[in-house]
Design a protein around this ligand. Structure first.
Ligand SMILES: Cc1ncc(COP(=O)(O)O)c(C=O)c1O
Length: 428
């Protein structure tokens, strides 16, 4: 737990200077709660590490796209890494300079590319040969130009969950090394495209430096090889993926990656970019929930929360686990074994299996830690549940930075089939 962000005071868990119970007194549970101070702390340490090597930081918006979060990133002078026109709209609304925006993603529609071209997005990370053709065509038809980096699949194995590894052969991401020269040639030969450099992203929640070392070595090799063949590679984008400590005691320090990049790429005279998402916001957010029941069962009782997999999908999707803390400070060290589950009608709606947690009774508030990234953004309305509120704490005060989106509001967008005249097939 980040001690500065979360601490017990007078027997109550506080985020910064605010008692979580007082927020829960004013809002329905569950809700996400972010600490402004903790986000800024993460951003500062990222800037310190990568600033030292002159690298630019582009916040991966997919981790948490709330406008209040983007506003903090914009104020800190970060660029952004986006994967859709929706994320583009958000970063522009937050005031992030489009020239500092990188457009990633394996499938971009014409309208999305055009919106990004017109907004003046600074770097298009192209992930396939057809995308290069598409982008060149759009530039030609509309008299626009695009700065292109080619995202390569480095075939580096990162020890992370198979759903979040992206840099191995056979993954849908990036161009295979064998196609790299063709891709670079296509950029050089296309009128509206300017070659910027190479990009990669080897996966997410990587706690080991070794895959980054291997990826940097490959980058080094490509830069030298393709420069020798006349391709002006000036920018290298190392992606994101820096792991955080979800309770197992391991994360990856920005300094370690920055040192590697400096050691292995520093003499090439290229501009380096990174795209961290999770590490900037994950540790700064929690999901606050209330226990609905404690259900006795053989062999293990269940603690049934009012938060479900629709609110926090990571455990169901990646078998991830989030540490749980009671909001009321435990009076002793007693722990009980239970499965912590949500109310959704799916067996995969399970947050912690065979967890040992302090005694928690129905009605008690609990928090799940490290929920600031890939939490609210992945929420759904499954089981006709609302999209939960998001709150940001700033010192002694808090603000709802996204209201609950209720079932009533969702239903307002639906309609039943209009009753038309019935067609009598015999008369046709
Ligand atoms: C291209 C790209 N860049 C950056 C990121 C951010 O990764 P993370 O949130 O693990 O730092 C992702 C996420 O998978 C990504 O796909």
């Amino acid at each position: 737990m980040n001690r500065n962000m979360l601490h017990y005071e007078n027997g109550q868990l506080h985020m910064e200077g605010v008692a979580l119970e007082s927020i829960a007194g004013q809002l329905d549970t569950p809700f996400y709660c972010y600490s402004r101070g903790a986000i800024e702390h993460q951003v500062d340490s990222c800037k310190l590490a990568f600033g030292r090597i002159g690298a630019s930081i582009h916040y991966a918006v997919k981790a948490n796209a709330n406008l209040a979060v983007l506003d903090l990133m914009a104020r800190s002078g970060l660029g952004a890494d986006i994967v859709s026109a929706g994320e583009l709209q958000r970063v522009l609304a937050a005031g992030i300079d489009p020239r500092r925006v990188i457009f990633s993603g394996v499938g971009k529609r014409d309208e999305e590319l055009l919106a990004a071209l017109r907004a003046g997005v600074g770097q298009f990370n192209v992930e396939s040969l057809p995308e290069l053709v598409q982008l060149a065509e759009l530039c030609r038809e509309n008299g626009l130009r695009a700065s292109v980096s080619v995202r390569v699949n480095p075939d580096v194995r990162a020890a992370t969950h198979r759903h979040i590894t992206t840099g191995t052969r056979g993954s849908k991401f990036g161009i295979d090394e064998e196609q790299l020269e063709t891709a670079l040639r296509m950029v050089m030969d296309s009128e509206g495209l300017d070659l910027r450099g190479l990009a990669l992203h080897i996966g997410s929640q990587i706690v080991d430096a070794e895959p980054y070392r291997q990826a940097c070595l490959k980058m080094r090799d490509w830069v030298q090889r393709y420069r020798a063949r006349g391709f002006p590679v000036t920018h290298l984008d190392l992606g994101g993926g820096f792991g955080i400590d979800y309770g197992a005691g391991r994360g990856l320090d920005y300094e370690v990656v920055a040192d590697l990049a400096q050691q292995l790429l520093g003499d090439l005279g290229v501009e380096i970019a990174v795209e961290p998402g999770r590490s900037l916001v994950g540790p700064a957010g929690i999901l606050v929930s209330r226990a609905i029941y404690r259900k006795e069962a053989d062999p293990t009782p269940f603690l049934i929360l009012d938060a479900g997999m629709n609110d926090l999908l990571r455990p169901a999707l990646y078998q991830a686990s989030h540490e749980l803390l009671p909001v009321r400070q435990p009076v002793d060290d007693r722990q009980e074994q239970c499965h912590v589950v949500g109310p959704i009608c799916e067996s995969s709606d399970l947050f912690l299996r065979d967890a040992r947690v302090p005694p928690i009774a129905a009605g008690d508030l609990v928090v799940m830690l490290q929920a600031g990234a890939y939490g609210a953004v992945m929420a759904s309305v499954y089981n006709s549940r609302p999209l939960v509120a998001e709150v940001m704490v700033d010192g002694q005060r808090f603000q709802t930075v996204r209201e609950t989106i209720s079932t009533e509001q969702m239903m307002a967008w639906e309609s039943v089939l209009e009753q038309g005249e019935e067609t009598d097939l015999d008369q046709l």
